[in-house]
Design a protein. Structure first.
Ligand SMILES: Nc1nc2c(ncn2[C@@H]2O[C@H](COP(=O)(O)OP(=O)(O)O)[C@@H](O)[C@H]2O)c(=O)[nH]1
Ligand SMILES: [Mg+2]
Length: 463
């Protein structure tokens, strides 16, 4: 689609609702709407006043009434796309919205591609690329934290951080480049390598901080998988139900009731969590139960955090040890000693000694005691895994794209550091240039059209 065309699309969800909006952007937006908008105030001087809501009627080209509407005219450049924008607020019915959209297309607009309004905002310099991606994250956000993060991205916080790092790269690189340009005044052997090492080290730290923020942000954005595992009949399904506040899984005194994986969703401390209930793990000859246990093991493997449930009214067993051993190094482990309402036989010391890294809580799925503590333990453990939330400026990165770019820039800087004592300065300069170019892809400063198309194609229509 060329830059000069006026685009239009339905910008609200297609469904029945209070208000629906058809939006146009481009140099003919006002003229196109004028052809179909019957407004009593048209003859007044100064019409259309910018950002003023005009009441009137949309009529088709044969003057048939389509809907009673409110229309706002927003002249460039102080608009989302930096072009003239018109928004038609109509009654939100699928048929009405579609009819008005069809009409503006007949009157001269082109149907916008997904994300095209935001793409124009980027192309016209209203947003940098990281802000445009934050728009997408805002639309897709599934938790309060994800919204906060997208808002920070929208404010351009990531862009600021990236630009400051790029400036540092230029500052380090400038004297090296000068030495190439003025060799008669500068002997590369005199170059202050100690200073260079120090500066590159600081640059590396900046990039590492950005990387650290990524995993936490991703957890907030995409959610975290938590698996509940343990022997049969210890109360796994009961605890899942308690945490979800509903009867999601069947609970029964007959061991082996849960055979498939069962999932439920909840929000703990801002983390969207996918809680997976599994079949109890034990030695068995039953082929169906065996399959269930295999599923349990693989669910445990995929989880970021494991809640292991043990029955406090029986002794710690070899099977419990085997189950605790399923946790791998980068997973968190919370142990729920359940059935605290019954007479207790479990030796807590044995559990602590066997699982020194675990957080241990006492619960009863029957009385509800300890459920809150269990939830807090999960949140704290996730905070431990994903690092602290204090470094606000590193909180705007969520996309795999950003993560990959920062990883690569970090590799460039590490190669530059390694090269200091053994390679000519040209190599260091080249690594720095690559890092600078890569980082520019975050803000869209150094980015090609194919990548832009790919990014904006993930947007919904009308955004
Ligand atoms: N007394 C007591 N019984 C429990 C508790 N949690 C679960 N149960 C009972 O233990 C049996 C097995 O529970 P279930 O949740 O199906 O265990 P799962 O096999 O680990 O999923 C059921 O009869 C539950 O009512 C608890 O905290 N206290
Ligand atoms: Mg169960």
């Amino acid at each position: 689609m060329t830059k000069n065309e006026t685009i239009a699309a339905i910008s609200t969800p297609l469904g029945e609702g209070g208000i629906g909006i058809v939006r146009l952007s481009g140099q003919n937006a006002f003229a196109i709407v004028d052809r179909i908008f019957d407004c009593p105030k048209k003859k007044q001087s100064g019409y259309p006043r910018p950002r003023y809501l005009y009441h009137g009627f949309i009529k088709d080209l044969e003057e048939t009434l389509i809907d009673e509407v409110l229309v706002s005219f927003m002249p460039a450049p102080h608009t989302y796309t930096r072009e003239d924008i018109v928004e038609i607020n109509c009654h939100s019915g699928i048929f009405t919205l579609r009819s008005i959209e069809k009409l503006v297309l007949q009157a001269g607009a082109c149907l916008a591609e997904p994300g095209e309004f935001t793409k124009r905002a980027f192309v016209n310099g209203r947003l940098d690329l990281s802000q445009a991606e934050a728009v997408l994250n805002m639309v897709h956000a599934r938790s309060e934290e994800a919204v906060k993060m997208a808002a920070r991205g929208l404010q351009g916080e990531l862009a600021k951080k990236v630009e400051s790092i790029r400036d540092k790269i230029l500052t380090i690189r400038a004297p090296i480049e000068a030495s190439f340009d003025y060799p008669e005044e500068f002997d590369p052997n005199d170059y202050d390598k100690v200073e260079l090492k120090k500066n590159l080290g600081a640059l590396k730290t900046d990039l590492q901080k950005l990387v650290l923020g990524v995993e936490r942000n991703r957890a907030y954005q995409d959610g975290v998988s938590v698996a509940i595992i343990g022997k049969p009949n210890v109360g796994k399904s009961s605890l899942l139900n308690s945490m979800l506040h509903k009867q999601r899984a069947i609970v029964h005194e007959i061991p082996g009731t849960t055979r498939d994986l069962l999932e439920g969703y909840l929000n703990l401390g801002g983390y969207p969590i996918r809680l997976v209930d599994t079949a109890g793990i034990q030695g068995t000859c039953d082929p169906v139960e065996k399959q269930g246990i295999e599923l349990s093991r693989s669910a445990a493997g995929r989880a970021r955090l494991i809640i292991m449930v043990v029955d406090g009214s029986v002794e710690w067993s070899e099977t419990d040890k085997e189950i605790a051993g399923l946790k791998h190094a980068d997973q968190g482990l919370v142990i729920a000693i359940n059935k605290s309402d019954l007479e207790q036989k479990l030796n807590r010391e044995l559990v602590k000694n066997y699982c020194p890294d675990a957080k241990i809580v006492e619960t009863s799925a029957v009385t509800g005691e300890g459920i809150k503590q269990l939830e807090n333990a999960v949140t704290n453990m996730l905070d431990n895994i994903f690092g602290s939330d204090t470094d606000q400026e590193n909180q705007a990165i969520v996309s795999m794209r950003h993560e990959r770019i920062i990883d690569e820039a970090l590799m460039n800087v590490e190669s530059a550091i390694e090269a200091i004592d053994i390679q000519p300065l040209e190599i260091i300069s080249l690594e720095l240039q690559n890092a600078w170019l890569r980082m520019g892809e975050i803000t869209g400063d150094t980015v090609d059209d194919d990548l832009l198309d790919k990014i904006f194609s993930e947007f919904c229509l009308g955004k």
